[in-house]
Each structure stands twice: as structure tokens, then as C-alpha cells.
Design a protein around this ligand. Sequence first.
Ligand code: SF4
Length: 280
Amino acid sequence: MTRFPPHLILEVTARCNFRCPYCYCVWHEFPELADRELTTAEWTRILDECADNGVNDLLFTGGEALLRPDILELIRHARRRMPDAKLSLYTNASRLTEELIQELKELRTELSTSVQGLASYAEMTGTRRSYARILRLLARAKELDWPMSVGITITSVNRREAADLFCAVALSGAAAIQVGPTMAEGRARERLDLLLTRKEWEAVKEEIRNLPDAGVPYSFCDEMICECRKQPASFRKRFADPAFLPCPAGKEFGVIGPNGLLRTCLHTVTAVPLPIRLGG
Ligand code: SF4
């Protein structure tokens, strides 16, 4: 990857106020990928470069992106420089308020979050929080006509409430839901007990597929093909089925980590310097 791909994920901070035991952020295993946090001026420089090079889809994430006091400043700058780009913010929603939702709506910045449990919410986020606030926020965002997309990670801890959790999220007003199994990455590398067996994961998918249709589009993370490497024709054929989505990482999108190194995907750990100078 020599220039920026059209879709970039910006990990604007490695800091987070949650301690999700399944967190797949690469720096839990490879701290050198987040050995410093870029300044406002450096991210602004990156956004300018994106604007000058046809980037048309930017996702601000972390860690927890809302822990950066300048996050709105960065999003405003992105919107000024890229008036037609798709902008999105992924947040754990702990600091999200109605006012912020309204402001982000004005900036045409789509919102997505995670809801990781009902009874298991505190354990799944490593906090003392309850699921109640995030469900209220989902409902309020929908009332404000700016509904949020939701990611649900299924672990051995929350798998028995997966169907209830899916229903709660769908009925609270999620715009779309993506469900995935825990991956043996990041913190989960030390918590392999959180991983599902193939049989357990297929059972979760079946349970969700059999729920009454709440009218909310949903997808399962493992029904995607990775395009970071060459795939055999037979494998590709299976994914010609529109029910399976191709994953465009590496070609269509890339990730800029908290310290400004570039990777092809959220899950890859090989990082290269940006093809631009940040200073000066
Ligand atoms: S999964 Fe997200 S909210 Fe949880 S610790 Fe990791 S960055 Fe924070």
C-alpha cells in the first residue's frame, strides 16, 4: 500500500475507559503499535492528505475515540475538507450524550457502538455499568433520526443471552447489527476460555436467524471473505453468493493506528510508516 486507500479507519487513541476482556485491539499484544498518540496537528495533517487524495470514507475509532478532547475538532475539520465523504464514529458510548448525537448528526457523521451483554454487560466491558444506558441511547438516537449501528461480540460468557441481546438491540432502535464471535486477538489472547467452538457459534447464528424479523438488517462477521491475500477460485465462487460479503481490507481500506503507522486491516499487525511526512 503506497497511498491511502479510499476507506480509512483512524484509531485516534489507544486509550479506553472500558476493559472488555475480548478487546481485539492489536496494541494489547503489540504495545509498540501504540507507543505514542498523534497530536491534533498531526491528525489534521493526515485529514488534509486524505482530502487531497480522494479518500471518501473515514471511520474515527480507538480505543475510545471520545476520550480525545479534540475529537469533534477533528471531525469538523474532516467535514470541512471532505464535504461529500462518508464520516463515521465508533464509540463505546460511555461518553455519548444526546447533544453529541445531535452535533454528529449535523456533521453527517454516522454512529456505531457495541452492546456486549445484558446480565453480562459489566463482565463483558470490564466495568460496573449496566446495559440500560446504552439501550436508552439507541432509542434516543433513533428518535433523533440518527440511529446507531451496533456490533455484538459473542463469547462463552454472553452466548446464552445472545438471542435476547440481539432482540433488545434491534427493538431499541439499532440501524443495523453485526454479530461476530470472539477472536483470539488482543486481550482475548490471554482469555481463550472466551472463545466459542464452531458448533456453539453456528448455534448462535441459527438462533438469531430463527428470531422473528425485527426489520433491522444484520450480518455475521465470519460470512466475509478476506481479500488481503489471493484466494483460490473455488473459494471465491462460494463467496459469489450475495449472502457472503467480500472483505475489502487492504485494497479498499486501511487503518492508521494511534501512533500514525499504517496497516491493511484492524487485525493485521504489520505496520508501515505513512506515505506522508507528519511534521512541518
Ligand atoms: S473493545 Fe472497544 S470499548 Fe472495549 S476495551 Fe476495546 S476499545 Fe475499549
